[in-house]
Structure formats: C-alpha cells, structure tokens
Design a protein around this ligand. Sequence first.
Ligand SMILES: Cc1cc2nc3c(=O)[nH]c(=O)nc-3n(C[C@H](O)[C@H](O)[C@H](O)COP(=O)(O)OP(=O)(O)OC[C@H]3O[C@@H](n4cnc5c(N)ncnc54)[C@H](O)[C@@H]3O)c2cc1C
Length: 134
Amino acid sequence: MMCCNAKLRSLPNVSIVLNAQTTEMLGNGQRLTGLRWLERGTALRHELAVDGVFVQIGLLPNTEWLKGTVKLSPRGEIVIDDRGQTSLPGVFAAGDATTEPYKQIVVAMGAGSTAALSAFDHLIRTPAGAAQAA
Ligand SMILES: Cc1cc2nc3c(=O)[nH]c(=O)nc-3n(C[C@H](O)[C@H](O)[C@H](O)COP(=O)(O)OP(=O)(O)OC[C@H]3O[C@@H](n4cnc5c(N)ncnc54)[C@H](O)[C@@H]3O)c2cc1C
C-alpha cells in the first residue's frame, strides 16, 4: 500500500514546502491573493500567489497561565479523567486544551457537558460551608 506521503509526493500538481513559517496573508481588498513565508533556518523570505488556504490547528494549547495550578501533559494539555476532572479537586476542563485525543467540535461540546455535569455532581456532594471556604 502506498503511504499518503508518497501518494502526495507523486502528484504532479502538488508542491510540498516544509519548514515554512507563514508570516502574512495577502489580499486585494476583495479576496486572498497570496501568502508570504519565512524559510526556517535560512530566514529567506518567499511569496506565493494562492486563491485559498486551509489553516491547520496548532499543536500547543494556550495553557501557559495554568502552569503550577493543574497538571499539564508534556504538550501543555490539561490532564483530565473521563469525568473532566483535573488534578485540582473541583476544577473541571473540556475541549481542545485538554488531553482528550480528538480535537473536534462535537467532542468538545460533549466534553463540556461532561465537565458541567461533573461540576454539578461535585458541588451537590460538597458541604455548603466547604464550597465557600475553598
Ligand atoms: C482551522 C480549523 C478548522 C477546524 N475544522 C473543524 C471541523 O471542520 N470540524 C470539527 O469538528 N472541528 C474542527 N476544528 C476543531 C474545532 O474548532 C475545535 O475542536 C473546537 O473549536 C474546540 O472547542 P473548544 O471550546 O475546546 O476550544 P476553542 O473553540 O478554541 O475555544 C477556546 C476559547 O477560549 C479562548 N481563550 C483562550 N485562552 C484564553 C484565556 N486565557 N482566557 C480567556 N479565554 C481564552 C479562545 O479565544 C477561544 O475563544 C477546526 C479547528 C481549526 C483551527
């Protein structure tokens, strides 16, 4: 079986650009016309005329500010269990910023419900005074 990478490379109408840092989207006020990128390593600048782009999600979640509060994975994802519970009792998380492996809208929405239900469950089991004191 031909691997997807090999298949992609075999296509005559595809150019693969690696180690590129996109720096600018160009437009004419009506639509996208091109993009600029830096060649990582050499810092050479390039420009390419394009009619469209597909933006791929980044790999690092914006969780710097949580460091030292809840446990984060080596990738910076908030570590949760199957109830959305983080390492800090009473703190629940959901969505792309967590260790949930599938970063999709429907998954994030379901996880949001799970976290909310778990928070509710946590609160009804917590004595009133304890919740306020925390
Ligand atoms: C280009 C692209 C295309 C995608 N296409 C699809 C698709 O076709 N189908 C699909 O199912 N999924 C798709 N996804 C994935 C989908 O968007 C995510 O899985 C989903 O949005 C995750 O929801 P979320 O609520 O966890 O995070 P987000 O939707 O990312 O929401 C997080 C929110 O938190 C805010 N925020 C971040 N840091 C802070 C802070 N410190 N304080 C306050 N607010 C903060 C952000 O501004 C953002 O509004 C795509 C993602 C991208 C990037």
